[in-house]
Design a protein around this ligand. Structure first.
Ligand SMILES: Nc1nc2c(c(=O)[nH]1)N[C@H]1C(S)=C(S)[C@@H](COP(=O)(O)O)O[C@H]1N2
Ligand SMILES: [Mo]
Length: 161
């Protein structure tokens, strides 16, 4: 796989950034989360804490929401910044190489301890695949998560079809 496009992080921040595979590789050990299958048995790869990249972009004090945008399939999730700060992981690597699209790459968001689908803000549905941009905002941003069992079943049918 060629080097993937960088991940853009912008909006209500002091220092909007485009973070590359190499930038993520440079994040030191205390912020690294190796082998996410340890806590999500069906998911694979190595990542870094969301906090380690937020520290680089410096959210404005008034920022209250964080939105994960997946341009690839037009899927978007907006969660309260305070709640997600300590819970988020950005997975970007598997077997020393960029995470493949089949595994949700090049950048896949994971919540350490998600609630069941559509039961809470930090639910399983918020584990966004193919993240292309992370946007900070004052107030909630775009959120296309399914809100009913029927919508949810429909989304998964599309994902698997
Ligand atoms: N880009 C993108 N991310 C997505 C989805 C999607 O349709 N598109 N579905 C979400 C939903 S509803 C769930 S439950 C989880 C499923 O993750 P899994 O395929 O690793 O089990 O991914 C989430 N991330
Ligand atoms: Mo979901």
């Amino acid at each position: 796989m060629p080097t993937p496009p960088p991940l853009r992080i912008d909006g209500a921040v002091q220092n909007a950034l485009e973070i590359s595979f190499d930038d993520l590789e440079a994040i030191p050990q205390p912020e690294r989360i190796d082998d996410v299958s340890r806590f999500h048995p069906k998911r694979k790869g190595d990542g870094v804490t969301l906090e380690s990249v937020l520290r680089q972009v410096r959210p404005l004090p008034e920022a209250t929401y964080l939105t994960l945008h997946a341009e690839k399939d037009d899927f978007h999730v907006s969660v309260p910044l305070l709640a997600v700060r300590g819970e988020g992981v950005l997975v970007y690597k598997l077997g020393g190489k960029p995470l493949e699209s089949a595994d949700g790459g090049p950048y896949r968001f994971l919540i350490r301890d998600p609630a069941a689908c559509h039961t809470a803000e930090l639910d399983d549905c918020a584990n966004v695949k193919y993240v292309s941009r992370i946007e900070l905002s004052v107030g909630k941003g775009l959120d296309t998560r399914p809100s009913t069992d029927d919508e949810h079943a429909e989304l998964h049918a599309k994902e698997n079809g």
